[in-house]
Design a protein around this ligand. Structure first.
Ligand code: CA2
Length: 152
């Protein structure tokens, strides 16, 4: 079965514990459940990962780039958190292994502080979903499946 990675960056383990006015009340466990339901509907196996450490996230991007190259996976839905605004290393990792990525942000980063308006990840992403709350994750899964669909 084809696999998809749902990857979450720093501080997203805090979802549902603070700042509900910005990020809503769903926890990361709720997000995982939403993704499992949608992935099953799409016929995909889903692996769900979160880390607060840039190097760990880079290692997972490399691993999933290899899986896509070997025909075992279609890509990743990725909420890079604040790494979107800071990490050239994660951008280089995605570009370097040619991992198909749909970037997700729960909040509308363009309606927030100026420093959140730029993403290093967006230019190497196949698509971006912003500001739709945690619904953005299953939507991104649907988009990734469609964008990477093999012609029959
Ligand atoms: O809107 C998003 O999904 C973000 O990627 C969330 C990041 C933020 O740095 C980005 O600009 C936009 C923050 C991660 C979550 O941080 C929390 C902090 C406290 C309580 C709950 C979540």
């Amino acid at each position: 079965m084809n696999s998809v990675l749902v990857l979450n960056g720093p501080n997203l383990d805090l979802l549902g514990t603070r700042k509900p006015e910005v990020y809503g009340s769903a926890t990361l466990a709720d997000v995982e459940q939403l993704c499992r339901v949608r992935a099953a509907e799409l016929g995909l196996d889903v692996q769900f990962r979160q880390s607060n450490h840039e190097g760990q996230l880079i290692d997972w991007v490399h691993e999933w780039g290899r899986r896509v190259r070997d025909g075992q996976a279609i890509g990743a839905v990725y909420n890079p958190g604040a790494h979107a605004h800071t990490s050239i290393a994660l951008r280089d990792a995605i570009e370097g292994v040619e991992l198909p990525v749909v970037e997700v942000h729960i909040s509308n980063v363009h309606a927030r502080e100026q420093f959140r308006h730029h993403s290093y990840i967006s230019p190497v992403a196949r698509g971006v979903v912003v500001g739709l709350g945690v619904l953005g994750y299953p939507l991104a899964l649907t988009g990734l499946a469609e964008l990477t669909r093999q012609p029959r």
